[in-house]
Design a protein around this ligand. Structure first.
Ligand SMILES: [Fe+2]
Ligand SMILES: [Fe+2]
Length: 155
């Protein structure tokens, strides 16, 4: 319970669930777990810590998106343009809010974390990141089958 507003606060803003969030691509899942962990910490952080964590979230998200952009590029992901654009849009928003938070305008940053990020994250996972994960798994099994076929040819 928030002592000032009486509002009931959930202990976590985004509760990680394998069923809902896991894409079964380890490096993507690990990064997404770190992301949700940071969001949950931000949700309950006092102002000074919030400021530090918001900056950390911007850096982490930049790396998170670069990692996915790189994977899309390396594997010729067909929907790369839309996915990269969406990453760019969210990163620009985060950086805008970070500027406000650095000026001490915490309520803007808190509202963004509370009201926008959880819905965005769920939607991004079930649409764009799921499509990328499926593409990576298809490529992996195609490569595996190709390797198996060439082994059969040799023996
Ligand atoms: Fe992602
Ligand atoms: Fe993504």
């Amino acid at each position: 319970m928030n002592a000032y507003t009486g509002e009931v606060i959930k202990p976590e803003l985004i509760s990680w669930s394998d069923k809902e969030h896991s894409l079964n691509v380890d490096r993507m899942d690990d990064t997404h777990k770190e992301f949700t962990d940071l969001i949950n910490k931000l949700y309950i952080a006092p102002d000074e810590e919030f400021r530090y964590l918001f900056d950390k979230l911007c850096n982490h998200t930049e790396k998170h998106f670069s990692q996915e952009n790189e994977l899309m590029l390396q594997t010729s992901f067909p929907a790369i343009a839309e996915h990269v654009d969406e990453h760019r849009r969210i990163l620009a928003e985060l950086n805008q809010f970070n500027k406000r938070v650095k000026k001490g305008l915490y309520s803007f940053g808190r509202a963004y974390i509370r009201d926008t990020i959880p819905q965005w994250f769920s939607l991004h996972i079930i649409t764009m990141d799921s499509a990328l994960a499926a593409h990576l798994k298809n490529r992996q099994s195609a490569a595996h089958n190709q390797a198996a076929a060439s082994t059969l040819e040799i023996t």
